[in-house]
Design a protein around this ligand. Structure first.
Ligand code: GLN
Ligand code: ZN
Length: 765
């Protein structure tokens, strides 16, 4: 191959997408105000246009001239693609008004159910799942990308419309309700491609020069049929006459078996993730002879994490790409949608810690700087490189990142530390003596309704408007209320209700050494729902007990056992940004040791039942099957390290928010808990059969009613659920509980539902 040039744009720099929350969460607020009927469609549109303009201007101000468009969304980019190709499900077509129909698909209405929502690859973003049927047809509606392209053009930018590619779109779709579940939406490729062809033709007529087709499914293991479909699709789209240039974008890891297809595709550009596990793409790329004749959009700035890049190292990486493509453009590894907007807003963070971070806005600067470095030469950015090296050095040397005592302790962990002293049958006998519970014991998952008044009290305390003693008194009153409620209802194992917790991860992150939390670090979870993941910046330890005062207080009010309640190490990691300077396994072990201390303190304070929630265990599964065993091995070890230091007569529970364990079933059993609870009502208790089929030995509480709905389940209905469960789980090991925590429900619903739950359990004893 000949030499690589950087001639594509004035500065060879771009990003694959940008956050759409808007400054001060303007978009979120506007959309929610529209839903409440407080903002007109016209004013929502005006906000949208203004916020989009702000993004374009931000990108340009950072020095980018090659910018994405149409990645900005009112809800979700997969839903936008569904609208683009006209795949609106039958049941939503009757909804009048484009916006109403759009939000009906996203959120449902009184009459129609929304589309299902699921996780976007291994991120914490959730997309809406398209529903297709064998006779689905497609029609193009290019209005959204066209509007955004035109808006960018009025600002003097030649933007690149971003669409979810046809193969990823079909791969993420599922058979519509009522359709044969074995129907494979990929069989619709021939139907769908003409719509993409038409889109490209119309884009060309509009003067669009580049279109980005996102095909992240290529970073996952795919059956040959999917790779064939991809080859067909790029061949068709690539050989279309008179079309814009095409950028095939992959992200979230190494592409591997699809790389030859990308190399040979009749398109002009390919984007590859070159960060984290995606760094392996560099070697793979060299092995297939690079991308002759193409532009490589090199994802060297991590779009998934919050750390400032090592610019010198990434420049070196860019240099190794020389000769592997005709042209190199520096980019983020994926859309910046997965990181918060701007770290400069975090004025509460210690300035040096803040300097270690790069959020979306800062990543733009990194991309631009690297682009300058490769075009004008590293000597033109010497000062910036030196400053960056100093930041990295400061981070490496900071006492915040490294605590020798934590490292020493983690290094001394032995396999035995992560195993309970005796097996389940022995433990169960000791626990039965101590707890003296009836058959089919009843319990809940932890939280009780979080009222507005409670949230206000927590907020006032944070702002210093409520003194610590007043705050404690307020929370204690709530704990007492919840304890009395449970006693009256006749529950067997009580909880304190979690009134003091804003969020199951943040609550602990705020108390653990090694974590920092942000004020404005919002990241989209789905739609207008944003979360603020904490960041693990250093070695993790627990300066003081975190939950003991609440659990002990609750226990002091009652003779019934009160369950201690912790968030597990894997969930702490999955719902935080993790440090990039050590393997996650090591971080998980540190978190586990900190939680292990909490478990020990709870036990010492007399807590006989301790629940460690791991709703994120399944989410953490790597995209590539070959990486899963390693993950499951450290993840289960971290859980067991948290829970195994207790006596035989202390009962360990865990909770998961789903019922399909699938390939993590063996790992779940390997957690070696005394009791596990999970969601089960919506899947008719099928989990009970799965667990018993796999030889699960211990206690199980398949949720008997769905807490996501305000509906109060009847006693008979719960009895029926329990009967199904009893077909697979012996009565001596079956627990009776709801699907998940009750914090989103109101107290009246909770009272009636739990009364029926207790009555159902009693009638079967
Ligand atoms: N203990 C937590 C609660 O009840 C569990 C939450 C969860 O499962 N996500 O709220
Ligand atoms: Zn749950």
């Amino acid at each position: 191959m000949t030499s690589t040039s950087f001639s594509g744009s004035p500065l060879p720099a771009t990003v694959l997408g940008y956050p759409r929350i808007g400054r001060d969460r303007a978009m979120k607020k506007a959309i929610e105000a529209y839903w409440r009927g407080e903002l007109s469609a016209y004013n929502l549109e005006r906000t949208l246009v203004a916020q989009r303009r702000e993004v374009f201007e931000t990108l340009r101000a950072a020095g980018l001239t090659d910018v994405p468009c149409s990645d900005f969304s009112l809800y979700d980019q997969v839903l936008d693609t569904l609208c683009l190709v006209g795949a609106v499900p039958e049941r939503h077509r009757a909804v009048t008004g484009d916006l109403e129909r759009y939000f009906a698909m996203a959120r449902g209405t009184a009459d129609v159910a929304p589309l299902e929502m699921t996780k976007w690859f291994d991120t914490n973003y959730h997309y809406l799942v398209p529903e297709l049927r064998p006779d689905s047809t497609f029609t193009l509606d290019l209005s959204k990308p066209r509007r955004e392209y035109q808006q960018a053009r009025t600002l003097g930018l030649a933007a690149r419309p971003v669409l979810v590619g046809p193969v990823t779109f079909l791969r993420l779709a599922k058979p519509a309700p009522g359709v044969d579940p074995d129907f494979d939406p990929m069989t619709l490729l021939e139907e769908l491609l003409p719509v993409y062809e038409q889109a490209l033709t119309e884009f060309a007529a509009e003067g669009v020069s580049w279109v980005q087709l996102d095909e992240p499914v290529l970073a996952q293991d795919q059956p040959p049929t999917v790779l064939d479909a991809f080859a067909t699709a790029v061949d068709r789209l690539g050989t279309l006459g008179d079309r814009p240039k095409l950028l095939l974008a992959t992200y979230f890891g190494v592409v591997r078996e699809a790389l030859p297809l990308l190399r040979d595709a009749p398109v002009e550009g390919v984007a590859l993730d070159l960060t984290g596990p995606g760094a392996a793409n560099v070697g793979e790329l060299a092995a297939v002879g690079g991308l002759p004749g193409k532009r490589l959009v090199a994802g060297v700035v991590d779009g998934r994490n919050v750390w400032a890049a090592d610019l010198r190292r990434q420049l070196g990486l860019l240099a190794t790409l020389h000769g592997l493509a005709d042209e190199i453009v520096v980019s983020s590894s994926c859309s910046l949608l997965h990181v918060p907007l701007d770290v400069s807003l975090e004025t509460d963070l210690a300035p040096d810690v803040r300097s270690w971070f790069a959020f979306a806005r800062q990543k733009l600067d990194e991309v631009v700087l690297l682009a300058r470095g490769i075009t004008a030469g590293p000597e033109t950015i010497t000062a910036e490189l030196a400053r960056n090296q100093q930041v990295l050095e400061n981070r490496r040397a900071s006492p915040v990142t490294s605590d020798p005592r934590v490292r020493e302790r983690a290094a001394q962990v032995s396999a035995a530390d992560a195993r309970r002293a005796h097996s389940y049958p022995e433990r169960a006998a000791r626990q039965a003596e101590r707890l003296n519970l009836p058959g089919l014991p009843t319990t809940t998952i932890g939280s009780f309704p979080q009222t507005r008044a409670l949230r206000r009290a927590r907020a006032n305390w944070r702002r210093g408007e409520l003194s610590r003693p007043d705050y404690v008194q307020r929370m204690r009153a709530e704990v007492e209320h919840v304890i009395r409620l449970q006693e009256t209802l006749g529950l067997d194992v009580l909880v304190h209700g979690e009134p003091e917790r804003n969020d199951m991860v943040q609550y602990f992150a705020e108390q653990l050494e090694g974590f920092v939390t942000t004020r404005h670090g919002w990241v989209q979870s789905y739609g207008t729902r944003y979360v603020r993941p904490p960041v693990i910046v250093g070695d993790v330890s627990r300066p003081e007990p975190m939950t003991v005062e609440w659990t002990s207080y609750a226990q002091s009010l009652t003779d019934r056992p009160v369950k201690g309640m912790l968030t597990g190490p894997v969930t702490m990691l999955c719902w935080s940004f993790v440090r990039d300077d050590q393997p996650p396994a090591q971080t998980a072990r540190q978190v586990a040791l900190a939680l292990r201390d909490e478990v020990a303190d709870l036990e010492a304070a007399g807590t006989a039942v301790i629940q460690v929630d791991e709703p994120a265990l399944r989410e953490g599964l790597p995209l590539r099957v070959s990486e899963r065993d390693d993950y499951l091995s450290w993840a289960t070890e971290a859980f067991r390290l948290t829970t195994s230091g207790v006596r035989d007569d202390t009962q360990v529970h865990t909770h998961m928010c789903y019922a399909e364990f699938g390939e993590i079933l063996a790992a779940v059993i390997d957690l070696d808990t005394d009791v596990i609870s999970m969601e089960a009502a919506r899947s008719h208790m099928s989990i009970a059969a799965d667990l018993s089929g796999a030889g699960y030995p211990s206690g199980v509480g398949p949720g008997v009613y769905d807490i996501h709905s305000p509906r109060v389940p009847g006693r008979e209905e719960i009895i029926e659920m329990l009967r199904w469960a009893l077909d697979h789980v012996p009565a001596g090991r079956l627990w009776v509980n709801p699907d998940c925590g009750l914090k989103t429900r109101d107290e009246t619903e909770v009272k009636s539902s739990l009364a029926n739950l207790v009555a159902a359990a009693e009638s079967l004893r």
